[in-house]
Design a protein around this ligand. Structure first.
Ligand SMILES: Cc1cc2nc3c(=O)[nH]c(=O)nc-3n(C[C@H](O)[C@H](O)[C@H](O)COP(=O)(O)OP(=O)(O)OC[C@H]3O[C@@H](n4cnc5c(N)ncnc54)[C@H](O)[C@@H]3O)c2cc1C
Ligand code: FES
Length: 274
């Protein structure tokens, strides 16, 4: 069992989870993930590594279904059944480039270790965070620390640029240029950003979140098609060239357990709330 040091609501539905670990930090790199399981009966779910030190690792998760609801109910001093990692390939290191990093929902937190690494490698980092409204944006100060430029986008206009990321990205890249765009967040955001940068011909790396089971390359559940080839998100990714991803297949595969996910959540909530 792994002791929970902290579980904190950051903004509605997004929680920080800090778990005791004296080993993961030894190999942790930006862009990697861990697998966690709330309890013995639970499902193993992948979460990006947000931060790490000699005593703990931090993850940031969005409460969407049974497993994340179980994690959201944790208090410091509780324990989780599984913490495995680091897993996946780290973000490819580039140096001295102009990089635009874009994050939404849990991806705002997932940007943190990556922009820190990009900044340390002397890249010019522009960070853009987006959300439906200003109260869903977070960690501005943390991210600004490693950003040369920082922007916020809200769809309701409550803060920063009003609208969706595509308009902002197009104008920003046309005006200031970019060697690389890096995106973390829900599948719609990674898809939208990739479609936006394709005609601008700017390489775009996206963190994908296909459904995973073993997360070690054995089961094949996380397969995605990239550049016409089958890849496993857990061992070949989770970051891929967004212009090469077969988005239709990815979106379809993410929905294959929708019925089971709904049933599981209703069962869990009935058990929990009576
Ligand atoms: C490599 C990798 C890294 C990931 N990193 C993170 C992370 O750092 N933080 C994080 O919150 N999630 C992350 N995810 C996604 C996370 O693993 C899933 O959200 C989680 O498995 C959901 O489990 P659940 O049982 O709570 O919900 P499920 O029962 O599996 O899903 C419930 C419903 O929510 C939908 N759903 C699931 N995930 C999302 C989502 N991200 N956005 C919108 N709707 C969704 C499902 O389609 C389903 O309809 C990552 C996924 C991968 C593959
Ligand atoms: S999750 Fe099983 S092969 Fe990737």
């Amino acid at each position: 069992m792994y002791r929970v040091l902290k579980r904190e609501l950051i903004v509605p539905n997004i929680h920080l989870l800090v778990v005791e670990s004296d080993i993961i930090h030894k190999n942790a790199q930006a862009g990697e993930f861990v697998v966690v399981r709330a309890d013995e009966k639970g499902e193993r779910i992948p979460l990006n590594l947000i931060d790490w030190d000699k005593e703990s690792v931090s993850m940031l998760f969005m409460e969407v279904g049974t497993s994340t609801s179980k994690l959201a109910a944790l208090k410091s001093g509780d324990a989780i059944a599984t913490l495995a990692g680091p897993l996946g390939k780290p973000t490819e290191i580039v140096e001295g480039k102009k990089i635009v990093c874009l994050g939404g929902c849990y991806g705002i937190g997932a940007l943190y270790p990556v922009i820190r690494m990009f900044k340390e490698k002397k890249n010019y980092v522009t960070t853009i965070i987006e959300g439906r409204s200003d109260y869903l944006l977070y960690w501005q100060d943390r991210l600004k620390k490693y950003s040369d430029e920082f922007y916020e986008i809200t769809r309701d206009g409550s803060k920063g640029f009003t609208g969706h990321v595509n308009d902002f990205l197009v104008d920003h890249i046309k005006e200031k240029g970019a060697d690389l765009v890096y995106v973390q967040g829900c599948t719609y955001l990674t898809y939208l950003a990739s479609q936006t940068t394709r005609p601008l011909n700017v390489k775009t790396i996206v963190g994908l979140n296909p459904i995973m089971v073993d997360a070690t390359g054995m089961c094949g559940v996380c397969r995605v098609i990239v550049g016409g080839e089958t890849k496993f998100g857990c061992v070949d990714g989770p970051e891929f060239d967004g212009h090469q991803v077969d988005w239709d297949t990815l979106l379809a595969r993410r929905r294959i357990y929708l019925g089971e996910e709904r049933y599981s959540l209703s069962f869990y909530e009935c058990e929990r709330y009576g």
